[in-house]
Design a binder for this molecule. Sequence first.
Ligand SMILES: [Zn+2]
Length: 468
Amino acid sequence: MHAPRISSKKRFLAALACLLPTLGVAGTASATGMQGHIYMAQCAAEQVTEPRLRALFDAHLNDLSNGAFFPDSGYTAEDHDQGEIPHWEQYVQGYVELIRSRYGDKPLENPDAATHVAFLMGLAAHGITDSTFDSLLYERADQVDPGDMDTFDMAMDIFLVHDHPRYYLPEIAVDTETQSEIFEQKIAHPVTPDAIKKAMSTARSGIFLVAEYLYIGADEYGAKFPWARQSLRDPRTPGGYPFGARVTMGYYREILRRLDGNSSADGVVIGAYPDEAYPLATLDNTRPDGRIVLFFGEGMDRATIDDAVVTVRDDAGTVVPTKASVYRGDKWANVLLVTAQEPWKAATKYTATLHKSIKTLAGVSPTEDIVFPFTTCTPDSPGGDCAAQAGPPPASPCPKLDEAYSMRPEDVPPEEEEPPPPTNVNPVAEQESGCTAAPARRETNAGSLLALAGACVALVARRRGRPS
Ligand SMILES: [Zn+2]
């Protein structure tokens, strides 16, 4: 019964597709979409049990969600670094310091700090989930999916909105003066409050455009990225959204520690691949998901990272030759890649040991070496590789979030004037009123096309660089 509407949407989509190249901003995408970042930040928040964080996320979901798309908003500005810088630890650390200097040594006890702490958690979630996603899922999709990766990140949001279905439209809430202060005082890279405000508005329009219009292109993008579409939300996929949310939970914990003024590095590794929940996907040491990846909840001193910082041994105690490298980052590293120089042996128990010589940006080392055991798969036939995932995916780790929008608001019967509230309403869902308060469907005329041109910038300009 929606055929006429879909038809007009498709014409609109075609018009947008024509418009994109004229904007001159097509480039190499290397990140997941903003809707996906909001999803992962919220999915991690749902799983948090620490009481102060629980209270924070229950009360400030919109602030968390604004933080979760803030880094990519900066890519819509002329200054590319307005987007790049907030993705990384120097900005996170600058924000931690600003909050502590403004709100005291225990900022979580000061209600005035809560908005900022939630926003900080959101932007940190964004940065780390770009790294979980890019280092594992994106790079694997680049090998196995036929599509041009330039449109990959937008495709991920389209899949999330269309297939799940899932979308969330935050109401813009950003303290532009404070963010400008961090850029200027902590990074020495001035960005004006106006530039931040404009970028957030453009980015929010981009999220809206996908949620309201572009999602109908899911099958076209699905032909380009069939593996990624199938794997994106599967809790078994290294680098997928549940994986990203799991690592983000550790980041929330470590940022809370930093806000509390505790410099311990004993919990600084917030995620490791492979681990018990995510066995090594392949015996091929050259595949992206054939590497060991460690994620850190604080910037690490690059001078303390070399090939010897991680030692890998097999079950006979023989050292596996490996190379260590930092995955992007800024002045500080927060992702470490360990690449074996030979194929993994089947059905073998390995241990990777991170040496306590590594130091955080605060100059602190873990008190003990940190050991990560993992066992490789047993292929079906000798000389083969690990079997691909089979069967339906296990349950989502964030069921409340997933249940909140099992139906798109416009899919409700037309006789109903307003979409009914989500069933099983809970504190998380109640905070999601931004979604149902989305602008009404617009006429697909030339005026709206122009109005949304800026949103296209938001969609195609999102990309992280690869700093040397
Ligand atoms: Zn990003």
